[in-house]
Write a new protein. Structure first.
Length: 118
């Protein structure tokens, strides 16, 4: 009987703590979404766009650190020319980044600066 009295006495305060628990959980989910999930999805979409835009002549770096020039592309693979007579075939997913020459980097920076000033 004393347990029943304790439960009944705790009822009014438990609804307040339950609602604060719900608010806390929702807030934590929102924080995880905006700081972890959303940036990761954005980065993944940018990577997919970069891989889809690969073309012959692009200078790339693989996830293994191999630098080369795209010799040809296929649906799921690319062929990199790493030396005069050496060509290697990689999955598209093995490409870590496309290397831009210094002149293009400066031009991209200038375009971004002009865009910010407008």
């Amino acid at each position: 009987m004393s347990v029943l009295n304790l439960l009944q006495a705790g009822s009014p305060s438990s609804t307040g703590s339950f609602s604060s628990l719900i608010v806390t959980v929702v807030l934590m989910i929102a924080i995880f979404y905006f700081f972890l999930i959303r940036p990761q999805n954005k980065k993944q979409k940018e990577m997919e766009k970069m891989l889809a835009a690969l073309k012959k002549g692009d200078k790339v770096v693989t996830i293994g650190g191999i630098h080369g020039v795209v010799s040809s592309t296929k649906e799921k693979t690319i062929i990199l020319k790493v030396d005069d007579n050496t060509k290697l075939e990689f999955n598209r997913s093995a490409i870590a980044s496309v290397v831009q020459p210094e002149g293009e980097k400066k031009a991209d920076a200038a375009k971004a600066e002009n865009k910010e000033n407008k």
